[in-house]
Design a protein around this ligand. Sequence first.
Ligand SMILES: *[C@@H]1O[C@H](CO)[C@@H](O)[C@H](O)[C@H]1NC(C)=O
Ligand SMILES: *[C@@H]1O[C@H](CO)[C@@H](O)[C@H](O)[C@H]1NC(C)=O
Ligand SMILES: *[C@@H]1O[C@H](CO)[C@@H](O)[C@H](O)[C@H]1NC(C)=O
Ligand SMILES: *[C@@H]1O[C@H](CO)[C@@H](O)[C@H](O)[C@H]1NC(C)=O
Length: 233
Amino acid sequence: MKMKAGCSQLKPAVLILVFNLCFYGSYQVTDLQVCELCSGAVLNGTAVGRFCSSSAGRIEGRCCLRNDNTSDPEHIIGLDLSNCSLTHVEDLQRASTALMIDLSLNPIVNISEAAFQGFIELNYMILPQDIFCPGGNTSWEKVEVKEGNRFCEGQKDTCNQTGQLSMNCPENSLCAPYGPSFFECSCADAYHGYKCLREGEFPLLQVFAPLGVSTFVISLLLWLTQRRKAEPL
Ligand SMILES: *[C@@H]1O[C@H](CO)[C@@H](O)[C@H](O)[C@H]1NC(C)=O
Ligand SMILES: *[C@@H]1O[C@H](CO)[C@@H](O)[C@H](O)[C@H]1NC(C)=O
Ligand SMILES: *[C@@H]1O[C@H](CO)[C@@H](O)[C@H](O)[C@H]1NC(C)=O
Ligand SMILES: *[C@@H]1O[C@H](CO)[C@@H](O)[C@H](O)[C@H]1NC(C)=O
């Protein structure tokens, strides 16, 4: 049993741990409509275009796909949605395997807080300069503003931030990065259930120990009362 929790570090006070039992790994959308979200295709001269040719990817619409016949659900490694009149960014989950995303030259007013949840590989983003990097500056190795764009480089591991580890995940669980400022907790082996409080093995000790103790107490009482009755004889 695996437990997942996605938490934004921005609000540690309102640490909303959403524990769910593996419901979302199961769905797989095979269409690539995120690549058709904007017209045209990735251009050679752009950041994603250069990245794509250097990683021998294949361009499809606004996506760069890993040129790998073995991975059957197509694997998006780059997404270029620049200059596409986007005002809101919400669901890009189909591109959660992307290493690079370009959202520059868009009149973006709002990026949903969970938009990049699960984007574990994301390592380079280009945004309009007035949009903050997802998760804030602390989620990135380097944040730079130049020529009207904001560049977010090198996603930091939320689990490894000093002093955070112990409060991140409940006992008996392991922390794993889950996109900028997000992490997930997976129960350690042999633990399961809400907050990993239950052990996976049949709880022999807990069930039998009270039974054993009460048996012992009853036996002792019986022995004592029988002995007392026997003594005067
Ligand atoms: C872009 O690159 C591809 C492959 O490298 C090439 O076939 C195409 O002509 C290039 N397009 C432009 C506009 O440079
Ligand atoms: C943005 O797109 C418009 C039309 O779609 C085009 O005229 C313009 O040159 C593009 N700007 C850049 C920087 O690519
Ligand atoms: C931004 O989006 C969130 C939800 O995605 C919404 O609650 C909020 O009101 C939006 N803010 C603006 C300025 O549109
Ligand atoms: C984040 O970093 C950028 C670029 O270094 C800087 O301009 C900005 O003020 C920082 N934001 C915060 C909240 O620290």
